[in-house]
Design a protein around this ligand. Structure first.
Ligand code: NAD
Length: 497
């Protein structure tokens, strides 16, 4: 079965046509149990397509195919420069098909053309970045004694399964696929059941790029069946996971219970945004609006707790609310809209329940808080003030367009408040006093600190969480190391003792 769709407006005008089966061992096939997953358009709540649903049997087939490819044609059998060449070819195909990928992501996820465009650009640069690494992953020579030569090799782990969420399906794939393939691992991807369309389209491009059969496999399926089967499989060497902290815990438990497969976890966040009273107010407000509401707040690094220094609080809130009033709400194919729908009915219900919790726990609603329109999953950008620091809306990840603004006294006060969370993914600091901004950044327990900016991500800069926001780092050279085993070679040079 294939998906065909005619786009009549937006970044891509024309017909798309691609297979919706499981991609296993170089072929698109039906799932063993013939199950299907309905894909819903968040802009109107209607079904756009149905795709094959993988279950345990399919996962097992994919693992066998990946293991075979790893041991016979990939892994240590394909030189780095050849792996790099295939990754460059994939990046080139993604670039050629970028308008189509952007349109599909808008349809599937409700994301604006601008955000989908940024995501796809980023995904391509990540693949290119790791293509460049493929023949540069090296061990080292270590001096020990005259009689011994010690050196290290970085060898691939084997079969890696990537389990990803729905918010940035294409960039999330490449953050894992890039370092996994450039180091010679075989790769199995399980996209989220909520937004599998771009990863499925990518499967056709992977096929076209010419990776040997079994090196890359793409299986859409539910977490509780296909995802769990991957985490429990005895012949999987690593799970590269991005998603909620709750599911991350399950992934790690399953790994511990079975073959102690390696795990990398990119999990949730409740990131603070610190506004000192000497900041450039206009810039700080603009960045803060983007930091909170980009992608309808469905970013793991969304800056959802805004802390403003006392003397600037009223002015900041007034400017922030004025900025929010100008944001037009509408579907992704409305060129003037900057706020789109949240991704699903489940997500809509979850976000609305947090808004209710905010109200019932005594916070004051400064803007938003209600549904927009009659169809689709639109929620107005929402901001609460005066919330208790222990309130649910301050403590828990909402993953929607809902933030909290709070006053603080001085640096010590705000560092204590910002760090009072189980999460530690990202943070931002706004101040013209760069010494203070950097000092504050060093005191924050977070994997990323943005100073006088938000949401910058670059392929060469590591990304990941402190505390319950995760284990390990993605992007940059750090990610490469997490897809390799280090082998220490000790060679007796024949010098008699
Ligand atoms: P989720 O945890 O519900 O699902 C993530 C993936 O795990 C999906 O593919 C799902 O099918 C799968 N899954 C579910 N149960 C599973 C199980 N028992 N075993 C194996 N796999 C299972 O998360 P979501 O709702 O898709 O995404 C939102 C979450 O992702 C948020 O918490 C967000 O912060 C986080 N996130 C983190 C980052 C990061 O880089 N740190 C990036 C994006 C999203």
């Amino acid at each position: 079965t294939t998906f065909t769709h005619e786009f009549t407006s937006g970044p891509f005008v024309g017909k798309v046509d691609f297979p919706t089966g499981l991609y296993i061992n170089g072929k698109f096939v039906d799932s063993a149990k013939k199950g299907r997953i309905d894909v819903i358009n968040p802009t109107n709540g209607k079904k756009t397509m149905s795709i094959s649903e993988a279950t345990e049997e399919d996962v097992d087939l994919a693992v066998k195919a990946a293991r075979n490819a790893f041991e016979t044609v990939w892994g240590l059998h394909t030189p780095g420069y050849e792996r790099g060449r295939l990754l460059y070819k994939l990046a080139q195909l993604m670039r050629e098909h970028a308008p189509e990928l952007i349109a599909l992501e808008m349809l599937d996820n409700g994301k604006s053309a601008m955000l989908a465009g940024l995501e796809i650009d980023q995904a391509i640069s990540v693949v290119e970045y790791y293509a460049g690494w493929a023949d540069k992953v090296q061990g080292s020579v270590i001096e020990t004694t005259e009689a011994n030569l010690a050196y290290t090799r970085r060898e691939p782990l084997g079969v890696v399964c990537a389990i990803i969420p729905w918010n940035f399906p294409l960039s999330q794939v490449t953050w894992k696929l890039g370092p996994a393939l450039c180091t010679g691992n075989a790769f199995i991807l399980k996209p989220s059941e909520v937004s599998p369309v771009c990863p499925l389209r990518l499967a056709s491009l992977i096929h076209e790029a010419g990776f040997p059969p079994g090196v890359v496999n793409v299986l859409a399926g539910y977490g509780i069946t296909a995802g769990r089967a991957m985490t429990e499989h005895m012949d999987v060497d690593k799970i590269a996971f991005t998603g909620s902290t709750l599911t991350g815990r399950r992934v790690m438990e399953a790994a511990a219970r079975t073959n102690l497969k390696k795990v990398s976890l990119e999990l949730g966040g409740k990131s603070p945004n610190i506004i000192y009273d000497d900041c450039d107010l206009e810039q700080a407000v603009r960045w803060s609006i983007m930091g909170l509401y980009a992608g309808q707040g469905q970013l793991c690094a969304a800056l959802t707790r805004i802390y403003v220094q006392e003397s600037l609080y009223d002015k900041f809130v007034e400017a922030f609310l004025a900025g929010v009033k100008h944001m037009k709400i509408g579907g992704p194919f409305d060129p003037e809209a900057v706020v789109g729908p949240v991704v699903s009915q489940t997500q809509y219900d979850r976000v609305m329940s947090y808004i209710e919790a905010g109200k019932s726990q005594g916070a004051s609603l400064l803007v938003g808080g209600t549904r927009h329109g009659n169809e689709g999953f639109f929620i107005q950008p929402t901001l609460f003030g005066g919330a208790d620091e222990d309130a649910k809306i301050v403590k828990e990840e909402i993953f929607g367009p809902v933030g909290v603004v709070t006053r603080f006294k001085d640096e010590d006060d705000v560092v204590a408040k910002a760090n009072d969370t189980v999460y530690g993914l990202a943070s931002a600091v706004f101040s013209k006093d760069i010494d203070r901004a950097i000092r504050t950044g060093h005191r924050l327990q977070a994997g990323t600190v943005w100073v006088n900016c938000v949401h910058g991500l670059h392929p060469q800069v590591p990304f990941g969480g402190y505390k319950q926001s995760g284990i390990g780092r993605e992007l940059g050279e750090d990610a490469i190391h997490s897809y390799c085993n280090v082998k220490a070679m000790h060679v007796n040079l024949g010098i008699k003792l």
